[in-house]
Design a protein around this ligand. Sequence first.
Ligand code: DAT
Ligand code: MG
Length: 139
Amino acid sequence: MATNRTFTMIKPDAVRNGHMGNILQMIQAAGFRILAMKYTQITEEQAKKFYEVHAERPFYGELTQFMSSGPIVAAILEKDNAVADFRSLIGATNPAQAAEGTIRRKYANSVGENAVHGSDSDENAAIEGDFFFNRLERF
Ligand code: DAT
Ligand code: MG
């Protein structure tokens, strides 16, 4: 099921550090169409739900606290091969290992505060998009 869609968040660190505009610019320049977008802040409970798959990981508490610590930009993006191409654009989870020119290499500070989220599969892209957006919010 290739949907040509992925889901992203510009995380609280990148918003706080003033990188929202530059990151959106990189996303659009890479050929992604913004199908839905909102500037919002999630509660710790919502962050726990969103990252449920990581509940057993040692960084779960840190992650969910961080993700609810300030506003984020959530968006559904459309492009051929969206999930894989977006993972290439953002780079490795740890910005120290992210390739030159990737969003995380440019704008992330640490593995925990790594500027952007990108879905890891078409299935999760759909689940994550549905977490934030209803049908009337998609264009
Ligand atoms: P990704 O966001 O690249 O898909 P992931 O799904 O493995 O990475 O982890 C989700 C988020 O959890 C990641 O963006 C940041 C945080 N995280 C991952 N590994 C971590 C670690 N070792 N220490 C702290 N936070 C971590
Ligand atoms: Mg992931």
